[in-house]
Write a protein that binds this ligand. Structure first.
Ligand code: ZN
Length: 255
């Protein structure tokens, strides 16, 4: 699943490839109005990507679990079948293709699709006070679910949820109200540090402490890492049962 740092990489690559250039063709017909317009900017916002065009129009895409933008030279073979393309923007020297994005829409007000989001975890300066205030208003039942709530803080996905909780030895099933503000602040700052570090690390060299490592030893204590489904969205949480404790009470029966 693309997380905030992946969207940042994507936006940076698109910016290098197409910013300032004029669209020579745009498909499907729902976005054909982009033809002849110049790309003004490409901006990541949490897990959303906003491409602004001259004339005050923007293309909003949300990658969710499946979407990805690719850049190709004209005539180059695509890495996914054409039927999976949800947007194809052609320029004189490059083609930008988005595959399998569940949200792809033209919007007049570029801020509208992202107005509900909390502060972006990767933006400078990071508005941590606003995140904590939003966290207090959240109805998330557990810390794991709180971290994924994009209305509280935009950009954290399942990987950095697991990694940040492990880094601070916090139980993902803990009630957010049981964590004091100092530790809550440290939790968001830890997720931010981990994600910012990964923006500059090649994907092949990235490794995680717990995410994707079920059954393998915890880097801190050697206990085998466990996985358990968490929350209404049934996201898989990786955790060390020694450093972070087992889920307590009712959470255990969710399995
Ligand atoms: Zn451990």
């Amino acid at each position: 699943m693309p997380e905030g740092d992946t969207i940042w990489r994507t936006a940076a690559a698109l910016r290098r490839g197409i910013a300032g250039k004029v669209v020579s063709d745009a498909r499907p017909t729902a976005i054909a109005r982009l033809k002849g317009r110049r790309v003004e900017s490409v901006e990541p916002n949490g897990k959303h990507l906003l491409m602004r065009f001259e004339g005050g129009i923007a293309l909003h895409s949300h990658m969710r679990m499946t979407g990805s933008w690719h850049l190709y030279r004209p005539g180059e073979r695509w890495r996914q079948p054409a039927w999976r393309a949800t947007a194809v923007l052609s320029f004189h020297d490059v083609v930008a293709v988005c595959f399998a994005a569940p949200v792809m829409e033209l919007v007049r007000d570029a801020q509208a699709p992202v107005a509900h989001l909390g502060p972006d975890i990767l933006v400078d300066p990071f508005d941590l006070d606003a995140v904590i205030e939003r966290a207090h208003r959240s109805e998330a039942l557990t810390l794991g679910e709180l971290l994924l709530e994009q209305r509280v803080c935009a950009g954290i996905g399942n990987i950095y949820k697991c990694e940040a909780l492990w880094a601070l030895e916090l139980n993902a099933w803990m009630r957010p109200a049981d964590l004091d503000d100092d530790r809550l602040r440290r939790l968001y700052l830890t997720a931010r540090d981990l994600m910012r570090r990964n923006i500059v690390t090649p994907i092949a060299r990235q490794h995680h402490a717990v995410h994707g490592r079920g059954g393998r030893p915890c880097p801190r204590c050697g206990t085998p890492i466990k996985t358990r489904v968490q929350g209404q969205q049934a996201r898989l949480t990786y955790f060390c049962p020694h450093c972070q404790d087992e889920p307590a009470g009712k959470a255990v029966r969710l399995e």
